[in-house]
Ligand binder design. Structure first.
Ligand SMILES: C[S@@+](CC[C@H](N)C(=O)[O-])C[C@H]1O[C@@H](n2cnc3c(N)ncnc32)[C@H](O)[C@@H]1O
Length: 233
């Protein structure tokens, strides 16, 4: 078993060519919604991978920050925008949110929007810690949009076994093993209830909706103003 970063380092070269037509459609929808909800300011492409969302995000309206722990994935992203007019801030240090504190942060700017596209949160076992640390880089009302594996039983029955689907019904922690080019990593199938409880202290839940023709759901949260005031005093 490989850590998520080692796994993505290993598969980086092949990542883009495994995107299907339906993935491309999903990506288009996700970005449309993100842009409709956050029209300007600082945005973070969290777990940005090989930078597939960068062309759509780089615009005059945003200052784009890009955080990707796998150096091989990040190298492809950096190369992909080498001739683009706009350039994101590629985060190279303090990449692990678990190390973040008031004094240890990957950048000093506060984000107005965070995008975690294509199952980034499903690579992370400890999402309670993620939602506890994420506010440290968020501005008030920061908008968070994550494309996550849809774990509602009706979806799970279609994509997994009945046994797996039943477990999500009882909100059990579910881990599946994901294979790509002969290497494996664990995928954490967090339930909607789990996202809600992990984020509740710092973020308001906005929505969780299936993305048509995909196995993904779109989770949307917004930085809770009261919690923001408490932590920024
Ligand atoms: C399926 S890829 C998605 C990449 C990209 N967002 C996309 O839309 O193509 C999942 C990404 O999450 C990243 N990731 C895994 N653990 C992470 C963590 N703790 N913090 C940030 N990113 C992480 C991986 O390195 C990988 O690039």
């Amino acid at each position: 078993m490989l850590s998520s970063t080692t796994y993505y380092d290993h598969i980086a070269r092949n990542y883009n060519c495994h995107m299907t037509e339906s993935d491309n459609e999903t990506r288009k929808k996700v970005i449309e919604i993100f842009k409709a909800n956050i029209s300007n300011g600082n945005i973070l492409d969290f777990g940005g991978g090989t930078g597939l969302d960068l062309p759509a995000l780089l615009s005059d309206h945003y200052k784009v920050f890009f955080l990707e722990p796998s150096s091989n994935m990040r190298a492809i992203a950096i190369k992909s925008v080498s001739v683009s007019p706009g350039r994101p801030v590629f985060v190279e240090e303090k990449l692990d949110f678990r190390q973040w504190s008031d004094n240890i942060l990957p950048f000093t700017d506060k984000m107005n929007g965070v995008l975690a596209n294509f199952a980034v949160l499903n690579c992370i076992p400890d999402i309670d810690i993620l939602f506890e640390r994420l506010p440290l880089i968020c501005d008030t009302h920061c908008y968070v949009q994550a494309t996550v594996i849809d774990t509602r039983p009706v979806k799970m029955i279609k994509s997994h076994s009945l046994k797996v689907a039943a477990k999500t019904l009882f909100n059990k922690q579910l881990i599946t093993r994901n294979y790509f080019n002969g290497v494996a990593q664990d995928t954490y199938l967090h339930t909607l209830q789990k996202y809600k409880s992990a984020a509740a202290k710092y973020f308001d839940f906005v929505s969780y909706n299936s993305i048509q023709n995909s196995n993904f759901a779109m989770l949307i949260l917004s930085r809770n103003e009261i919690a923001y005031k408490k932590t920024s005093l």
